[in-house]
Write a protein that binds this ligand. Structure first.
Ligand SMILES: [Ca+2]
Length: 185
């Protein structure tokens, strides 16, 4: 079966800065993604359908929309959210109404009860990751020539499948990540 991989990387600096999605096959080389998994210190989100990690404290005040956030939610359905969990399984177009503030890697009806695919997450100040995040932000946003990341949050949806899927559909979605980057600038 042809392996389909999805990658969505979103960089945020106070506000939404960039979203990119590529689709290719087979599964990517690890260097295409930020390191993820328990071996690098990730936590695993609870197995669920339309749930989340619950409120995850972060060690920075992350500016997003109109306030600085000290916690976030990693939602099974493919988004990082602030203020509250997102159980909605069908995506809405941005900009979002109400008080919703999301970083969407791939907003869809993921269900981790269906197979062994899992959602991983962590915050990090690893120097290699900070250098990489700084470089990618500067490349994507050429006006930020002096951008220097001081904190990164990585959420990775690895081999998750959709609501209604099964272990035989576990490769239908390979991996996608959402990256939040903080800077002192
Ligand atoms: Ca779901």
């Amino acid at each position: 079966m042809l392996l389909l991989q999805l990658r969505a990387t979103l960089l945020a600096l106070g506000a939404l800065l960039s979203t990119s999605v590529t689709v290719a096959a087979p599964l990517p080389a690890p260097t295409h993604f930020y390191p993820y998994g328990t071996a690098v210190g990730d936590r695993i989100a609870p197995v669920n359908d339309d749930g989340s990690t619950g409120d995850v404290p972060i060690s920075v005040k992350f500016p997003y929309v109109d306030e600085e956030h000290e916690s976030l939610y990693v939602n099974t359905n493919g988004v990082i959210s602030f203020l509250e969990e997102v159980s909605q399984f069908t995506p809405d177009a941005f900009p979002l109404d109400g008080n919703r503030r999301l970083i969407a890697a791939f907003w869809g009806d993921v269900d981790t009860t269906r197979n062994s695919g899992r959602v991983y997450y962590r915050e990090t100040r690893d120097s290699d990751i900070l250098r990489r995040a700084s470089r990618e932000v500067r490349q994507a946003f050429v006006r930020f020539t002096r951008f220097s990341a001081t904190w990164v949050f990585i959420a990775s949806w690895h081999r998750v499948t959709y609501y209604g899927g099964s272990s035989s559909t576990s490769v239908s979605v390979g991996l996608y990540e959402a990256i939040a980057v903080g800077s002192v600038q």
